[in-house]
Design a protein around this ligand. Structure first.
Ligand SMILES: [Mg+2]
Length: 348
């Protein structure tokens, strides 16, 4: 058997500028990976590098030829453990770059077996929680409009970005526009520990479900301070990258928020889930702003999760790839009519 590989940089404009406490994004630079076997079957993966974790499309493109050489050297898409080990031997960091390759190899392996990836993992497609839809930071009136529009579009779970001096005004505006929605908030490290505890009290009064990353990852004692005093459950995102981080956050949060682009591979994502469960944590899967080339793979993990936040492709003006249907927030794995992750070119 032999494998052919290629990659392509894509610039994906967003539907609306997306703002969090750290800054604004108007397009997403993704890198698409394709791995093709000698029967002409192609696995698709994608990288959505995040500058916060030291990756850009340039760093992904710089290491990709060496990563893809390793795939061709192994030559067998079913030798996933060996391939992921070789990728780690090429670069120990660069998780988004490695993850794109891991996704493409998983997609190809499942396609060759003729099953959706969740079937290969033995998961029940009807166990998937609904995905949230994210409302970024904006003028208060715009946030109110965006929340109303998301509910109108059928999304019953909203994730609201906070981390401003208008947080109370923003959440009140969202509650007004979406009185029945399940709400979660994400401060993206913007609060002090005392501020986070105080804000958790009035967020609880507004029936918010949990608070994500209230304080900087560089302040683990602050995270513990918030966890011990908060009125609401705490999710760790920036504080939790791989399975090895789980023991350190286990007594500082209630929920581990994994992202494929932090873990570096689908196998590591599943190890993180197992590690979090072993420590009594709930598990969530989030995402960057990503094409369905990688979001479709995150969807395959949904039956293993308590909370799903995989709206990355929904925030794009246009996605060159289709994936698992997320209409109305339902992760419709049971409707997936394709083997592999379900990702396919939108033109196909
Ligand atoms: Mg987050």
């Amino acid at each position: 058997m032999s494998l052919e590989t290629e990659f392509e940089r894509v610039s994906l404009p967003l539907e609306d500028p997306f703002t969090i406490s750290r800054g604004t994004q108007t397009e997403a630079e993704n890198v698409i990976v394709r791995v093709t076997d000698d029967a002409g079957m192609t696995g698709i993966g994608g990288a959505a590098p995040s500058a916060h974790y030291g990756e850009t499309a340039d760093t992904v493109a710089a290491v990709m030829p060496d990563l893809l050489d390793a795939v061709e050297r192994v030559g067998d898409p079913h030798a996933i453990r060996e391939i992921e080990g070789e990728l780690r031997a090429v670069v120990n960091g660069n998780p988004a770059a490695r993850c794109a390759v891991s996704i493409a190899v998983h997609d190809l392996a499942a396609k060759r077996l003729g099953v959706p990836l969740y079937r290969l993992w033995g998961l029940d497609p009807n166990d998937a929680p609904k995905t949230s839809f994210t409302v970024g930071l904006d003028e208060t009136d715009r946030v109110r409009e965006k929340a109303a529009a998301a509910v109108e579009a059928g999304y019953p779970v909203l994730k609201i970005k906070l981390g401003t001096d208008r947080d109370r005004e923003l959440i009140d505006a969202v509650r007004e526009a979406a009185p029945d929605a399940r709400l979660r908030v994400d401060a993206n490290e913007a609060w002090t520990p005392k501020e986070a505890v105080a804000k958790s009290a009035w967020l609880a009064e507004r029936d918010v479900e949990f608070v994500e990353q209230p304080v900087p990852a560089e302040n683990p004692e602050g995270l513990r301070y918030v966890y011990e005093r908060s009125e609401l459950p705490i999710a760790a995102d920036e504080s939790c990258m791989t399975a090895a981080d789980v023991p350190a956050v286990a007594d500082r949060c209630d929920i581990a928020n994994l992202k494929l682009m932090k873990t570096g591979s689908l196998s590591e994502a599943r190890r993180l889930i197992a590690a979090a469960r072993a420590h009594g944590l709930e598990v969530m899967c989030g995402c960057m702003i990503e094409s369905n080339a990688s979001i479709a793979a995150a969807a395959q993990l949904a039956p293993l999760l308590d909370y799903v936040d995989i709206d990355g492709s929904l925030l794009l003006a246009e996605d060159p790839y289709e994936g698992v249907d997320l209409w109305g927030g339902d992760v419709r794995l049971a409707d997936q009519d394709r083997a592999g992750t379900g990702a396919r070119p939108a033109s196909e």
